[in-house]
Design a protein around this ligand. Sequence first.
Ligand SMILES: *[C@@H]1O[C@H](CO)[C@@H](O)[C@H](O)[C@H]1NC(C)=O
Ligand SMILES: *[C@@H]1O[C@H](CO)[C@@H](O)[C@H](O)[C@H]1NC(C)=O
Length: 365
Amino acid sequence: MIQPKCIGKRILLTLGALVTLTLGIANGFATLATELDKPQRCLQERTYKMVGYNCANLNLKEIPQTLKSSLQIFDLSFNRIRDLNRHSFARYTDVKYLYLFENMIQNIEDDTFSELNSLEALDLSNNALKTIPQEIFRLPLLRNLYVAHNALSDLDRELTELAKPIRAPIQILSLADCWLTKLPNFGIMPDLWQLNISSNPMTELTVDQFSPMCNLRSLDLNNTQIPICSCQIITTELSVRRTKILNSHPHCTPLFSAEQSICAQDVSPAPPTSDYQQCIEIRTARKLNTEAKTAWFKISLGVLACIVLFSLILYCFHKRNAKSIKEGSKNGKKTTPIHKVMVPSGDELPIVENGNRDKLINDCD
Ligand SMILES: *[C@@H]1O[C@H](CO)[C@@H](O)[C@H](O)[C@H]1NC(C)=O
Ligand SMILES: *[C@@H]1O[C@H](CO)[C@@H](O)[C@H](O)[C@H]1NC(C)=O
């Protein structure tokens, strides 16, 4: 027999299941609806504990202005954005990663990026840019800059006005397929370690142009057109500086090249220029600075440890002293009641004597 109480419970459970099912179906429809809505809405995503918005491939012509202003990752790739102005990112000054590749960006008004002091990576690849705005090189935290697949015909003119050395600590720079005939002069870049100049017609490339990049570790030369001898000199010199050259044309590798003898008189490595020396000096100064800081840190830590140890010893001594004083006074207090007990009252004496007497009697038996 099922008790009425249990029946009630069962009905409730069934109802609950039904509600869950209905909600589930409604949810399914909702998901379907957002799938259909997709072209209109950016999706909020959480990546690496950061607030991010995926607005890729939404046919956008403008930067959306209704998203959380605390966003840190902003993906606007594969849209139809043509112009950027100083209001485009004014709301989003916390952005760290900004993806604008595969748009139609032609014009970037002054001060579009200048307030983005948290920006670490900027991708402007596959657009219609003719230059890289100077303000980008002043961003204090910018490490990765991708400008590949833009015809940067005005870049040289822009860079003559750029204050050097640049402030941005750029580590990774891609200028692949930018119609460049020589390396743009950004001034000394002591942080740069990866450079991509693949697919450029580098007819005027010389080893001197690499002098401001004393920390270069990787250089992509895939499909880069460089005159044979220039290429050999560059390859030789950069391998001395421990730069790994990726995908260079086989005739650029001097040791295995049939053209080696033709270029031989040119291949004597060029003496390091002042830019290279200066770049090395900046790095050495920084290294010394960090070493000095580490040394100071260690010394401070040592001193602190000594102080803590000394205090601890003092404290222990103090505690031991206090304990022995306390114990001394405790013993003194204990003696008084003992004295009191030792002095028996008049009533107690006969009982003890009686006890003794009983004992004596027992012994006699
Ligand atoms: C250099 O750029 C080209 C074109 O964008 C790309 O395919 C290639 O992977 C890049 N090289 C490196 C080492 O990232
Ligand atoms: C080099 O560039 C060509 C032309 O852009 C491309 O087809 C090829 O895949 C690239 N090779 C490598 C190793 O990146």
